[in-house]
Design a protein around this ligand. Structure first.
Ligand SMILES: Cc1cc2nc3c(=O)[nH]c(=O)nc-3n(C[C@H](O)[C@H](O)[C@H](O)COP(=O)(O)OP(=O)(O)OC[C@H]3O[C@@H](n4cnc5c(N)ncnc54)[C@H](O)[C@@H]3O)c2cc1C
Ligand SMILES: NC(=O)c1ccc[n+]([C@@H]2O[C@H](COP(=O)([O-])OP(=O)(O)OC[C@H]3O[C@@H](n4cnc5c(N)ncnc54)[C@H](OP(=O)(O)O)[C@@H]3O)[C@@H](O)[C@H]2O)c1
Ligand SMILES: *[C@@H]1O[C@H](CO)[C@@H](O)[C@H](O)[C@H]1NC(C)=O
Ligand SMILES: *[C@@H]1O[C@H](CO)[C@@H](O)[C@H](O)[C@H]1NC(C)=O
Ligand SMILES: *[C@@H]1O[C@H](CO)[C@@H](O)[C@H](O)[C@H]1NC(C)=O
Ligand SMILES: *[C@@H]1O[C@H](CO)[C@@H](O)[C@H](O)[C@H]1NC(C)=O
Ligand SMILES: *[C@@H]1O[C@H](CO)[C@@H](O)[C@H](O)[C@H]1NC(C)=O
Length: 557
């Protein structure tokens, strides 16, 4: 044990040294060609009040920027803002992620909506605006506590390693309150408010003459007494913008033959097929035969949740070669009653849509036909990166491309490892996992914009043929330890040269915690030997794929 600890310490020292070397590597010739801003950065907008946006806003406020935080929902939390409300029904088949279609020609503008206007109930209009999250009541984190924690606030000392979403939600809201960023907060009491909830950023455009960003904003308010919704449109202007709009909201519905027909089937008021984004509670599946489509985290975790209630549980898992480690783990987490069946080839057209799908025939790719399913849950993942991304016409980054059809890796393009956009570093994107990186990333936003850290200019990046460096750096981030240390050394180098506070890397115990977590909770599906420091270090310069295989996907742990 002692020996193990000692070797961890030694490795971490070695890692810091390598981190220093690496940071010099990327930013060699520091005396030339820094990014220069047209004017000092003072007003900054943060879009999104999830764990990333909250951290960015808090840090920028600490650094005396004038901050505005915009959030579509009524409360902070991002994905972790759980609600009984469910999203509007997903499109069958997939539709591209939408932008606001009806931005008024003259802004500011005010509109009132009544029940049924434009074919939408008030309730639907409300849900369309804030988009309830793909989060269920009994969800538990698949990341260890140590990497699912915001600074300045704490979980209960005795909170389990595997946190419930309720505990996480409270934690994120505590952080928001602590920094005066919760929905009713106003600090200082006089002066314009920082937060604007129920407000969607519909458009982000650059005023190229003034070198400012113009945000088009839409806020909804439910006027319960008159049973209407008030909609306000206005614009605000900023020197810089943080886009913390998060992943995972536009549901992916696979284009299986016959799925559109089956998507119309109902039993009473209830659709017989839905996407996992609207799953909330297991009780409604009592005594039913349920077919889950998908083999990843949503599929296995919903299976565990409904397993004790259902009569029969089927899971359609397609034949995917080289399923990554954490998804293999998902396959081992389905409850014992699960009957695995092959991929679905087609759904045979139904006679009518009013009495469910029980009599409907499902053709499997192995040639068999099955019947008797009461409900289908599509745990088939998400298609887009952001919740209603604002129309940023010209900014290519909001949808990260699906680079490999077998995997859901979203790759940002043209970003510095800090998250600043290379062509115009007055825009910055937050990373999402692990959250713990956010504290360093938001410090980097503040330092670059106040001038106490410098980014190399795009020309310099080109010159160094490091076009891909930012990308591999980004991927590296998932490797919390190695990446954190590199980030820390970059920030501290900058403070040494240009002033500012020094930061500490996360405690070394986290590394050990993560190792235990890997063995016990991830059931060894992330190979321990791949987490050894020499192995990490030797792979740092390797291809992106090596990184993928090692940590497997940002998204999966
Ligand atoms: C079911 C599920 C389970 C997960 N489990 C884990 C886990 O166990 N551990 C883990 O580390 N991660 C997990 N994640 C990943 C999760 O995304 C991150 O934990 C975290 O929420 C990312 O934070 P974020 O602030 O970047 O984005 P989000 O939490 O998604 O927040 C983004 C916010 O931006 C707002 N927004 C978006 N567009 C606009 C706009 N145009 N205008 C105004 N506001 C906007 C949204 O309303 C939202 O509140 C899970 C994700 C899902 C879907
Ligand atoms: N904390 C938690 O417990 C928890 C719970 C849910 C989600 N999450 C997070 O949320 C994110 C999204 O997870 P997710 O499981 O919703 O999505 P996902 O990881 O993208 O998985 C989508 C699944 O759908 C399958 N699929 C897609 N089309 C299919 C088709 N036509 N037929 C059969 N299967 C098909 C994929 O199959 P292949 O595997 O064959 O490609 C894959 O298994 C992840 O980051 C995850 O960590 C966390
Ligand atoms: C912010 O302003 C206050 C008051 O002027 C000052 O004391 C503080 O040092 C400033 N913070 C930073 C990070 O510059
Ligand atoms: C489910 O089945 C059990 C045993 O047959 C029965 O006691 C229970 O009432 C049923 N529940 C529902 C909701 O039908
Ligand atoms: C196809 O898969 C189903 C479900 O696993 C199985 O019952 C059936 O026997 C298989 N059919 C053939 C032809 O292999
Ligand atoms: C986005 O904005 C651009 C420029 O204003 C406009 O031409 C385009 O139609 C908008 N796209 C959508 C989907 O609204
Ligand atoms: C761990 O994984 C193995 C296969 O790799 C599997 O047999 C076992 O059931 C899993 N254990 C748990 C607790 O998930």
């Amino acid at each position: 044990m002692e020996l193990a600890k000692l070797s961890l310490v030694l490795l971490s020292i070695a890692l810091c040294a390598v981190a220093q070397a690496q940071s010099q590597n990327v930013f060699e010739e520091p005396q030339q060609a820094w990014t220069v801003f047209h004017h000092p950065i003072r007003r900054v907008a943060v879009v999104g009040a999830g764990p990333s946006g909250l951290q960015a806003a808090a840090k920028l406020i600490e650094h005396n920027f004038t901050v505005r935080l915009f959030e579509a929902a009524e409360h902070p939390g991002g994905i972790w803002h759980y609600s009984e409300e469910t999203p509007l029904r997903e499109a069958y088949p997939d539709k591209p992620i939408e932008h606001a279609a009806d931005i008024p020609i003259k802004i500011p503008a005010t509109r009132y909506y009544c029940e049924g206007d434009n074919g939408l109930t008030l309730d639907d209009r409300w849900r369309q605006h804030w988009r309830p999250r793909p989060m269920w009541d009994n969800l538990h984190a698949n990341s260890p506590k140590a990497s699912t924690e915001l600074p300045d606030v704490q979980y209960d000392r005795d909170a389990p390693w595997v946190l419930s979403q309720h505990a996480i939600q409270r934690h994120v809201r505590s952080y928001a309150s602590h920094h005066c960023l919760n929905s009713n907060d106003r600090c200082p009491a006089a002066g314009p408010p920082v937060v604007s909830y129920s407000t969607r950023v519909e458009k982000v455009e650059k005023d190229t003459k003034e070198h400012k960003w113009i945000l088009t904003l839409r806020r909804l308010e439910r006027l319960r007494e008159s049973n209407r919704i008030l909609e306000e449109w206005w614009t605000e202007t900023f020197d810089a913008v943080v886009l913390a709009t998060g992943p995972y909201v536009s549901a992916h519905v696979p284009d299986i033959e016959g799925i559109v027909d089956w998507s119309k089937a109902k039993e009473g008021e209830r659709y017989s097929m839905c996407h996992s984004q609207s799953y909330r509670h297991p009780e409604r599946y009592e005594n039913k035969t349920i077919l889950l489509v998908g083999a990843s985290i949503s599929a296995s975790e919903i299976a565990r949740d409904i397993g004790p209630f259902v009569h029969r549980l089927l899971a359609s898992v397609r034949d995917t070669p080289n399923r990554p480690g954490v998804r293999q783990r998902s396959l081992t987490r389905f409850p014992a009653i699960t009957e695995f069946i092959p991929e679905i080839a087609s759904f045979e057209p139904l006679q009518k849509h009013g009495d469910g799908i029980r009599k409907g025939k499902i053709h499997l790719v192995n040639g068999s036909v099955m019947q008797g399913v009461d409900e289908i849950i599509l745990a088939t993942g998400f298609q887009g990166y952001s919740l209603y991304p604002p129309n940023t016409s010209g900014l290519p980054l909001l949808h990260f491309l699906r680079s490999n059809p077998c995997r859901t890796t979203w790759r940002p393009q043209n970003l510095y490892f800090t998250g600043h956009w290379i062509p115009d570093s007055t825009i910055a994107y937050t990373n999402r996992r692990p959250w713990t990186l956010g504290r360093y990333q938001s410090y980097a936003f503040a330092k670059v914009w106040e001038g106490s850290a410098r980014l190399p200019s795009p020309e310099q990046i080109e010159k160094q043929e490091h076009g891909s460096a930012s990308r591999s750096y980004w991927l590296d981030m998932w490797l919390a330890e190695a990446v954190f240390r590199r980030f820390v050394s970059w920030l501290n180098d900058a403070s040494l040269e240009h002033g500012g506070r020094f930061v500490q890397p996360p405690p070394i115990e986290n590394l050990e915690l993560f190792r235990y977590y890997t063995v016990v909770h991830l059931n060894n599906t992330v190979r321990l030997e791949d987490l050894d420091m020499p192995s990490l270090l030797s792979k740092q310069s390797a291809t992106e794929d090596a990184w993928n295989e090692m940590v497997y996907e940002d998204a999966d742990w």
